[in-house]
Design a binder for this molecule. Sequence first.
Ligand SMILES: Cc1cc2nc3c(=O)[nH]c(=O)nc-3n(C[C@H](O)[C@H](O)[C@H](O)COP(=O)(O)O)c2cc1C
Length: 201
Amino acid sequence: MKKILINFAHPAKSRSNINIALRNAVKDIEDLTINDLYANYPDFMIDVKREQLLCERHDIIIFQHPLYWYSTPAIIKEWLDLVLEHDWAYGSKGKALEGKLFFQAITAGGDASTYQKDGYNEFTLKELTAPLRATAKLCNLSWLPPFAVTGVHRGLAKGKVENYSAEYRRTLIALRDSSLDINKLQQQETLNDNTPITVSK
Ligand SMILES: Cc1cc2nc3c(=O)[nH]c(=O)nc-3n(C[C@H](O)[C@H](O)[C@H](O)COP(=O)(O)O)c2cc1C
């Protein structure tokens, strides 16, 4: 079984609905570690060695976060700047992350229809993850498209939160157990493309 690391980044957890729901839905999965970045580093003083060891001890690395300005909350940028050191993450001796799976689990205020070329936001969520995709490539990570929850501005119906949560849990367990076709997943727009959300009453 693969070991999963969720680097969880939400600066206002007490006001979170969907990220907390997703997190609660997966927290008891065997071989899964949740690393809450804002809780561990409220002053942004990231312990680089600790973070590198965590990455080394896991096979799947996820950044779970709300979409902020079409990007990540600030602590993820700080994490990348500090933790991905030369000759650890990249460079001729930097092989620590080689072959590990990597993706973002993103929640967005805008509806799915706004994240289209001809939609209000003009870019797809897959396109907006390009900086971390390029970073993953440089670090020899195996990149996957984002697990995406959209339309949270409107407030998700209760059934939808439960369905997204169950889908997140199913996806993580399937990746942990290597039961998904990674090449096929890489072609998808999002990790949760193929399992339409059904709202239960
Ligand atoms: C500073 C900030 C920036 C945001 N930027 C975006 C954005 O670029 N696109 C978008 O769809 N939603 C944006 N949102 C909405 C959040 O993504 C949304 O509130 C969040 O995903 C809800 O998750 P939660 O219930 O876990 O807090 C932004 C929210 C904040 C506070």
